[in-house]
Structures are given as structure tokens and as C-alpha cells.
Design a protein around this ligand. Structure first.
Ligand code: ADE
Length: 232
């Protein structure tokens, strides 16, 4: 797949997209990242990308022209998501949907926001990664890219399988341990060392259900409702 990132800070992405799973996926040809500098679509000496808000108020607004011109020039296909705290909350289902698309374009906003006409015309959707305000869309874009790329077939090694992730089955993941079996008086649960795969699977499911129920009652309710439907 191809992932386009439109930003006024292209350097923000360099190290991260070359590192670990994101870097390996690109090296293996599973994904191509295209980082586009929006200042390349300005025409004045100062390469201006923002201006004062109509109606007054504090903060600057990102101008529509660079986004529209980038679209005219590059003609992105598939989802075009504007990262903004006003967007729909990004979740696992959205990551799966994006991972199935041949092309994904992420628009990074800044300052007080992006001219609304970009959201109306250039973007096909608006995304937020959580209920807090970042200083720009760039960190949010990296979060989305990471969640999407690790779902591409071949991006994870066997030992990194996505199938046991939290959210994969709508439950949080159970606790995990590695050697040593005892550390500073803290023991690894006996069941995990028993070699009894049926017992281990049952323990993991119980732990998943318990942690989900306590920590995320919203997910727990959804899980119980889905179970109920299945049994009808
Ligand atoms: N830009 C600023 N805050 C954001 C958030 N929470 N999610 C996505 N983009 C953002």
C-alpha cells in the first residue's frame, strides 16, 4: 500500500518511518511512504501556509490552497483523513479498514486548525486519536500509520503476531511474562510454566475478561452484547 503524509514538517517523520516495523515494512516493499511538504504548494517568498481567522480570535488557520493544490497535483485515491481533535475517534476497526486500502492519505493540521473547506472537499474523513489536544496532527499521523502498517500481511514476524493483540478479539490482552521465573520475589504464575496448553488458554481468556471488565467497562459491555447475539 501507499501512505501519503501531507505536512509542513516533513522532517518529523524521517527517523520514525525508517525504524523498527515501519522501516522494515518499507524496506520489504509492503508499504511506500510519501511525505509531501505542503510548503511546496505555496507561491509567495515566505512560503506562507497560515493566515488570520475570519471573524477574529486568537491563533492562525492553515490556508486551503496548499491542500487543494496538493490534491490537484497528486490525485490521492482511497481514504483521505484529516487529523484533528474534532475528528471521529481512531480505533482498531478503522485501522483494519485502512490496511485493506491500496492508498491512504493523512493530512496534518496545525495552529488553530485547518480551513474548513479542506475538511469539506479534500478530506474524506476527520480523525482524532484521543480526547486531548496535540500541537499538530503529525504525532497523530504516526500513531495511525503504526496501527495500520503492523496489520499488513508480512509486516510482523511470527513472534509478533497481531492475532493476540489487545482489541483483536474485542478484549484487552492478558498479562505476559518472560524469564526469569522468579524476580525480586515476584513469581510467574504457575499455570504458564505447566506446559498444559488447554489450561494456559483458559487462564489467558479469564485474565483478558477480568482486566477488560475492570479497566474498560465500555469494551466489556460491547463484548458481552456480541456474545449474547452469537448465542441466540
Ligand atoms: N491534532 C491535534 N490534536 C489531535 C488529536 N487528538 N488527534 C488527532 N489530531 C490532532
Amino acid at each position: 500500500m501507499r501512505i501519503n503524509i501531507w505536512t509542513i514538517f516533513p522532517e518529523f517523520f524521517e527517523a520514525t518511518l525508517a525504524t523498527s516495523i515501519l522501516g522494515r515494512a518499507a524496506a520489504e516493499g509492503l508499504v511506500e511512504y510519501r511525505v509531501v511538504d505542503l510548503r511546496g504548494y505555496t507561491h509567495d517568498r515566505h512560503r506562507t501556509v497560515d493566515d488570520e481567522p475570519y471573524g477574529g480570535g486568537a491563533g492562525m488557520v492553515m490556508k486551503p490552497e496548499p491542500f487543494f493544490e496538493a490534491r490537484d497535483d497528486l490525485g490521492p485515491e482511497g481514504p483521505v483523513a484529516l487529523l484533528t481533535p474534532r475528528g471521529a475517534l481512531f480505533d482498531h476497526a478503522t485501522a483494519v479498514r485502512y490496511s485493506l486500502a491500496p492508498e491512504l492519505t493523512l493530512l496534518c493540521g496545525h495552529y488553530k486548525g485547518v480551513d474548513e473547506r479542506v475538511a469539506q472537499v479534500v478530506a474524506t474523513e476527520e480523525l482524532s486519536i484521543g480526547n486531548y489536544v496535540l500541537s499538530g496532527g503529525e504525532p497523530a499521523a504516526l500513531v495511525v500509520i503504526d496501527a495500520v502498517v503492523r496489520l499488513l500481511p508480512g509486516a510482523l514476524g511470527n513472534h509478533e503476531s497481531a492475532a493476540t493483540d489487545s482489541f483483536y478479539e474485542d478484549l484487552l490482552a492478558p498479562p505476559v511474562y518472560t524469564r526469569p521465573a522468579e524476580y525480586r520475589g515476584l513469581q510467574v504464575p504457575e499455570v504458564l510454566r505447566s506446559g498444559d496448553h488447554a489450561r494456559i488458554a483458559q487462564w489467558r481468556r479469564e485474565q483478558s475478561e477480568r482486566v477488560t471488565r475492570w479497566r474498560r467497562p465500555d469494551l466489556w459491555r460491547a463484548y458481552r452484547a456480541a456474545e449474547h447475539e452469537e448465542n441466540e
